[in-house]
Design a protein around this ligand. Structure first.
Ligand code: RB5
Length: 142
């Protein structure tokens, strides 16, 4: 189950991601926002982060205007490693090296086509399980 969240700046891209998940039979839970009314990105960043941290959802995807505010918010929740990625290399690397459990993107930064490539890389790339990466991730929580 993938947790989704956005603010008004990320609504359009989140809806594009929902279409992608539906086409690929990937289950998701949408934590909002659902309209283009101006809202506060921390509400949605933290709602998705809490769903992932609790185990309710396996991973999360967040979108705001830049991806910055919503990723900062998500990373305040213990156990969350939210990575702001606008390219496939970073999305793969953050799964392999950081075991990132939430992806953030900016709806005003990246177009739909590249964004879906980033989503695909994030969802399909496994964690490396390398000892050095496990060690470094555990240091994040210290
Ligand atoms: C909203 O206007 C905008 O500030 C927000 O979507 C995001 O870019 C914040 O980091």
């Amino acid at each position: 189950m993938i947790a989704l969240g956005c603010d008004h700046g990320g609504l359009e891209l989140k809806n594009t991601i929902i279409d992608y998940l539906k086409k690929n039979n990937i289950e998701y839970k949408d934590f909002g926002t659902y309209t283009s009314d101006s809202v506060d990105y921390p509400v949605y960043g933290k709602a998705v982060a809490r769903a992932v941290a609790s185990g309710e959802c396996e991973k999360g995807i967040l979108v705001c205007g830049t991806g910055i505010g919503i990723s900062i918010s998500a990373n305040k929740v213990k156990g969350i490693r939210c990575a702001l990625c606008h390219d496939v290399f970073s999305a793969k690397a953050t799964r392999e090296h950081n075991d990132a459990n939430v992806l953030a993107m900016g709806g005003r930064v990246i177009g739909a086509g590249p964004a879906l490539e980033v989503v695909k890389a994030f969802l399909e790339t496994p964690f490396s399980n390398d000892e050095r990466h496990i060690r470094r991730i555990s240091q994040i929580e210290e």
